[in-house]
Write a protein that binds this ligand. Structure first.
Ligand SMILES: Nc1nc2c(ncn2[C@@H]2O[C@H](COP(=O)(O)OP(=O)(O)OP(=O)(O)O)[C@@H](O)[C@H]2O)c(=O)[nH]1
Ligand SMILES: [Mg+2]
Length: 207
């Protein structure tokens, strides 16, 4: 039987991005994108079983920097500021846009987890984000968050409908940071990405 990928250890490493400086890269770096309040930081906490690792808030706009978490002492999981935070000033929205853009175009990120709320149609910002990651050719996995808010029997169907509305192949992992639903599937996806990154590193060691 295939061994389950487990997160044994997690630590906060650094916040960055304002000056375009980040920690030294590792072969595997997975970042989380999605609109403000969709549950990016909560997902990190659930995956690592540490409610205090990434700061969360019921107020949108909590995460304002690019936050690097080192998992299993071997790869980065990166928490990004959410987009589409209506209350932010034009100036703030612009600087978050620059931060995100600079990070995503840095070539560091190997895989994106794009989070969408299982209950809502994608916003204009979601559509723009999705076009952006296709444009840059960044591999991604769609995750439909807050799955606990709808009936279990409808979750997969609703998650898939959200993916389809984005213009993606109609599949998203239903996930709940509240109950841990979808965690095993997401971990297995992350495990795959991690192994692929390790293997391609072996194939071209100087990359
Ligand atoms: N019911 C439920 N609530 C959730 C879930 N995930 C997150 N939340 C709640 O949604 C709110 C926002 O969560 P965060 O994890 O801070 O969201 P974020 O995407 O990091 O937000 P920004 O940092 O502002 O971009 C908090 O009140 C969380 O408790 C979930 O799976 N189920
Ligand atoms: Mg956050």
């Amino acid at each position: 039987m295939e061994e389950q990928f487990v997160i044994k250890q997690a630590e906060f490493v650094a916040s960055g991005g304002v000056d375009g400086r980040y920690p030294a890269p590792l072969p595997c770096e997975i970042a989380i994108v999605g609109k403000s309040n969709v549950g990016k930081s909560s997902l990190i906490n659930r995956l690592t079983n540490n409610q205090k690792l990434a700061r969360t808030s019921s107020q949108p706009g909590k995460t304002r920097l690019v936050n690097f978490f080192l998992l299993n002492r071997s790869f980065y999981l990166v928490d990004l500021p959410g987009y589409g935070f209506a209350k932010a000033s034009k100036e703030e929205q612009k600087s978050w846009g620059v931060l995100l853009d600079r990070y995503l175009s840095s070539g560091r990120v190997k895989h994106l987890l794009m989070l969408i709320d299982i209950r809502h149609e994608p916003t204009r910002d979601d559509l723009q984000m999705f076009r952006y990651l296709i444009y840059y050719g960044i591999p991604y996995t769609l995750v439909a968050t807050k799955a606990d808010k709808i009936a279990k029997s409808k979750r997969q169907q609703e998650a898939n409908a959200r993916a389809k509305a984005l213009g993606a192949p109609p599949y998203a992992i239903p996930f709940s940071a509240e109950t841990g639903d979808g965690k095993a599937e997401l971990l297995s996806r992350i495990g795959q990405v991690f192994l692929d990154a390790q293997n391609s590193q072996k194939d071209c060691p100087e990359a």
